[in-house]
Design a protein around this ligand. Structure first.
Ligand code: ASP
Length: 581
C-alpha cells in the first residue's frame, strides 16, 4: 500500500506516530510561517502542517500545487494547537517530513465542497468529481449498506440470488422496451428487461422456491420527474405461499432494514384496501404521517340550491384542524392551488368553523347556519377548524382532493422528515378499462391472479374482479409492489384473451410461459421493490438520482459519456439497419 492510514482515522491516540497518507488537496492555506493543507480521501480530511522556515523546500513545492492534486505525505501525528471539533481528525495534524506529487489536477469546474457552486447539469457532466463530494458519497455508502442488509436478511431465510438475462424478447404490454438489434439475426431484436418477471416465474417452475436479485431494469418511458431509464429493483419470488406469507416475509425485510440501517423499530405495517385508500385519501399511495381523511358530503350538501354540488357525482371534503384563522388571501391561494392546470379543479368551497360557534363559507348564499352545522358535524369539525370541499366526477375529484390534502399536510408541517409510516395497500382491481383503445389492461401485470373467489366474475363482470396484488407505500411513495401469480395454464390463457390477445398472439408472445405451465408450475407469488427509491425514501429525499452513481439527466442522456450517440455506418451495416434521414 502507498499509505499507512486513511485521512479519516487519526486522532490523539496516534500522536507521535509516523504515518503516510494519500489523497486529494481540498485546500491550501498560508498562515504566517506555516502552510496548511487539508488532505481529503473517501474517509475524511486530515490537516497537514508545513513550517515554511524549517522546511522551505516543502513550502516551495506546495506553492505550485493546487486544489485536487493527488499527493502522498509522510509525517508525524501531532496534537493541534487550535482544534476543529467538527471533524473526527480535528484534534491532530501531520507535521510533514516528505511530500510527493502522485498526480496533478486541472482546476475543477466546480468546488468539491458539501455546498458546491456547480449547477446540476455541470455536476452531472463531471459526475466523477461530484462523487468526491460528501453528500453524494454518503448516499452511495447508504445504498451500499442497504444492499448488504437486504442480502443478509434474504440470505438468512433461504433466498437464492440468481441472475436472469438482460438480452430478452420484447413484450407488448407495460412500458416501452429498449430494444437491441441482433447482428447474427438480421432484422431481429432483443429487448432489455423491464423487470425479470417471466424469468423469476420460470425459476419457480424450476423449483427454486425463494429467489431474489438486486437487478437493473430498463423502461423507455417519457421521463417524468425523478424517473430513470435504468433503475434497480429488489426482485423476489416465492413458491408454495399465499399473499399473507409474502406480506409477512417482506414486512420482516422492512423491519430488518430500518433497524440495521436507521436504528428504527418500525410499527407493524398497517393495511388498507385499494378501495378504502381511494375513498379516504384519493390515492393508492396515501401518506399516512397525518390523518385528514376524506369525508363524503353528498347527503349534507346536495339538494340545496347550489347547482354545482347537485350535479356532482361526489362532494367531498377534508378538515384542517385549527385552520379557521386562514385569511382570505390564504384561502385564495388554496383555490389557485387546486385550479392549477396540473390539478384542474374548477374551484374550492370552504367552511370556516369560527371560534364563536358560527360558520362562514364561500357558499353562504346557498347554505344557512343549520346546513353548515351539519357539514361540520359530518366532517368532525369543531370551532376553530376549516373544511375544504371539492366536487365533480368521483375519480377526478378524489385525485384533486388528494393533492390538496398533501398540500395542507405540507403547510401544516405534518409531513415530517424522520417519521416513517409504512402501509400495505391490498386488493387492487385486476383490470382497468381504457376508453381510448377500448379494451382492458392489467392493473398490475398480466400474470397477476384474480382472487380465487372472484374468478367466476371474469366471465360476467371482469372490472369487478380484485386481485391478490399489493403495494408497499412509505410516506406516500410506492416503494414496492407484487402479486400472487396465475399458475394454471388455462387461467393464464383466459387472462390473455380478456386482454385482447388472440390465441396466436398469446402463443407467439408468451408460448414459453404457457408451455412451462404444463410442466408442474407451483403456486407462487412475489414482489419487487424500487431499490433507488427505497434508498431515497429512507433518506427523506425525493430524488432517486442522488442514489445512483452515474444517473441520466431529464432527457435520458448521460452527459458525461455523451450517450446516446451516433454509431459508425459500418456498425449499422453489420446490424442491417438503415437510419431514415
Ligand atoms: N415485476 C413487477 C414489477 O416490476 C413486480 C412483481 O410483480 O414482482 O412491477
Amino acid at each position: 500500500m502507498l499509505r499507512t492510514n486513511t485521512c479519516g482515522e487519526l486522532n490523539l491516540d496516534h500522536v507521535g506516530q509516523t504515518v503516510t497518507l494519500c489523497g486529494w488537496i481540498q485546500k491550501i492555506r498560508k498562515l504566517g510561517g506555516m502552510t496548511f493543507i487539508d488532505l481529503r480521501d473517501r474517509y475524511g480530511i486530515t490537516q497537514l502542517a508545513i513550517n515554511s522556515e524549517t522546511h522551505e523546500e516543502f513550502a516551495k513545492k506546495v506553492e505550485k500545487m493546487g486544489r485536487e492534486w493527488v499527493i502522498k505525505v509522510t509525517g508525524t501525528v501531532t496534537e493541534r494547537y487550535s482544534k476543529n471539533k467538527n471533524i473526527p481528525t480535528g484534534d491532530i495534524e501531520i507535521i510533514v517530513d516528505a511530500i510527493d506529487v502522485l498526480n496533478e489536477s486541472a482546476i475543477p469546474p466546480f468546488t468539491i465542497e458539501d455546498e458546491s457552486d456547480g449547477g446540476e447539469e455541470l455536476r452531472l457532466k463531471y459526475r466523477y468529481l461530484d462523487l468526491r463530494r460528501n453528500p453524494v458519497k454518503n448516499n452511495l455508502i447508504f445504498r451500499h449498506k442497504m444492499g448488504i442488509e437486504i442480502r443478509n436478511y434474504l440470505n438468512n431465510i433461504g433466498f437464492l440470488d440468481i441472475e436472469t438475462p438482460f438480452l430478452i424478447r420484447s413484450t407488448p404490454e407495460g412500458a416501452r422496451d429498449f430494444i437491441v438489434p441482433s447482428r447474427v439475426s438480421p432484422g431481429e431484436f432483443y429487448a432489455l428487461p423491464q423487470s425479470p418477471q417471466t424469468f423469476k416465474q420460470l425459476l419457480m417452475v424450476s423449483g427454486y422456491d425463494r429467489y431474489f436479485q438486486i437487478v437493473r431494469c430498463f423502461r423507455d418511458e417519457d421521463l417524468r420527474a425523478d424517473r430513470q431509464p435504468e433503475f434497480t429493483q429488489i426482485d423476489c419470488e416465492m413458491s408454495f405461499i399465499e399473499q399473507e406469507d409474502i406480506l409477512n416475509t417482506f414486512e420482516g425485510l422492512m423491519q430488518h432494514v430500518f433497524k440495521k440501517v436507521k436504528n428504527i423499530d418500525i410499527d407493524p405495517i398497517q393495511r388498507i384496501t385499494y378501495a378504502d385508500a381511494m375513498r379516504l385519501y384519493g390515492s393508492d399511495k396515501p401518506d399516512l404521517r397525518f390523518g385528514m381523511e376524506f369525508v363524503e358530503l353528498n347527503d349534507v350538501m346536495q339538494h340545496k340550491d347550489f347547482k354545482i354540488f347537485n350535479e356532482a357525482e361526489l362532494v367531498v371534503g377534508v378538515m384542517a384542524k385549527g385552520c379557521a384563522h386562514y385569511t382570505r388571501k390564504q384561502l385564495d391561494a388554496l383555490t389557485d392551488f387546486v385550479r392549477r392546470p396540473q390539478i384542474g379543479a374548477a374551484g374550492l368551497v370552504y367552511v370556516l368553523c369560527q371560534p364563536d360557534g358560527t360558520f362562514k363559507s364561500s357558499v353562504d348564499k346557498f347554505y344557512d347556519q343549520e346546513d353548515l352545522k351539519k357539514v361540520a358535524q359530518k366532517a368532525g369539525a369543531e370551532a376553530g377548524d376549516l373544511i375544504l370541499i371539492l366536487s365533480g366526477k368521483t375519480e377526478k375529484t378524489q385525485k384533486q382532493l388528494c393533492e390538496l390534502r398533501l398540500e395542507m399536510g405540507k403547510q401544516l408541517g405534518l409531513r415530517q422528515a424522520g417519521v416513517y409510516k409504512l402501509l400495505w395497500v391490498v386488493d387492487f382491481p385486476l383490470l382497468e378499462w381504457d376508453d381510448e383503445t377500448n379494451r382492458f389492461y392489467a392493473k398490475h401485470h398480466m400474470f397477476t391472479a384474480p382472487k380465487p373467489e372472484h374468478e367466476a366474475l371474469l366471465d360476467t363482470n371482469p372490472i369487478a374482479v380484485n386481485a391478490n396484488a399489493y403495494d408497499l407505500v412509505i410516506n406516500g411513495t410506492e416503494v414496492g409492489g407484487g402479486s400472487i401469480r396465475i399458475h394454471n395454464r388455462n387461467l393464464q390463457n383466459k387472462m390473455f384473451q380478456i386482454l385482447g390477445f388472440s390465441q396466436e398472439q398469446a402463443d407467439y408472445q408468451f408460448g414459453f410461459m404457457l408451455s412451462a405451465f404444463q410442466y408442474g408450475c407451483p403456486p407462487h407469488g412475489g414482489i419487487a421493490f424500487g431499490f433507488d427509491r427505497l434508498c431515497s425514501v429512507l433518506s427523506d429525499t425525493d430524488s432517486i438520482r442522488d442514489f445512483i452513481a452515474f444517473p441520466k439527466n431529464n432527457s435520458a442522456r448521460d452527459t458525461m459519456v455523451n450517450a446516446p450517440a451516433a454509431v459508425e455506418n459500418s456498425q449499422l451495416d453489420e446490424l442491417s439497419i438503415q437510419i431514415k434521414k
